[in-house]
Design a protein. Structure first.
Length: 198
């Protein structure tokens, strides 16, 4: 039997497994409820989210919400959206100032349990390669572009997205099909799912 989401979320927020590997305090970040209808699985919190304790409180969040066609109030409604990144804690920065990959300890420890605790999810957004490689049957060598190009194969159960970071602005310019084809279908399906729940 699945654990209640609120109890599981409390356990995740109290997790300190990665603390010996981090130069800053663990602060696991997630949102949701057992009634969440759409799940968002990104990479890991960044510096701003580490400070705020709320997912996607940064320009990436603004872009993601625009992609989805949802308001901030809708996005943070736990009965609509569960936000459960591959790594729940900020992993730190690399030498160039970019975020390090999610800690490897997180997903094996928590993700299957989180999935079981979200029985009402109708669609899962996989933001970035780390989430896509865990949840989609794609080769580990597949690029993000190759995976997102296959979006119709996974839709509507899963939607493969690039990370909404400003660092991917060049990718968006090189791949106009993403905004022309993927995003309209995504927004329509999100409305179909959340409107009855509002």
């Amino acid at each position: 039997m699945a654990e209640p989401f609120d109890i599981l979320a409390t356990q995740i927020r109290a997790c300190r497994v990665c603390q010996p590997c981090l130069p800053h305090p663990c602060r696991p970040v997630l949102e949701g409820s057992a009634r969440s209808r759409i799940r968002i699985i990104g990479q890991a919190p960044g510096t701003r989210v580490q400070a705020s304790g709320q997912p996607f409180t940064d320009p990436s969040g603004d872009r993601l919400r625009a992609w989805m066609g949802v308001s901030e109030a809708e996005f943070y409604n736990p009965h609509l959206f569960a936000i459960t990144p591959m790594g729940f804690c900020f992993p730190g920065l690399d030498a160039k100032g970019g975020d390090l990959p999610p800690r490897r300890e997180c997903a094996p420890l928590w993700h299957d349990r989180v999935t079981a605790a979200l029985p009402d999810v109708e669609m899962t957004l996989l933001v970035g390669l780390h989430a896509q490689r865990r949840y989609l049957a794609v080769p580990s060598s597949a690029s993000l572009t190759a995976t997102v190009l296959r979006w119709r194969e996974f839709f509507p159960q899963f939607v493969a997205l690039p990370h909404p970071s400003w660092r991917n602005s060049g990718w968006l310019k090189r791949n106009p099909w993403f905004e022309n084809e993927v995003l309209p279908a995504l927004r329509l399906r999100i409305r179909e799912i959340i409107t009855p729940a509002l």
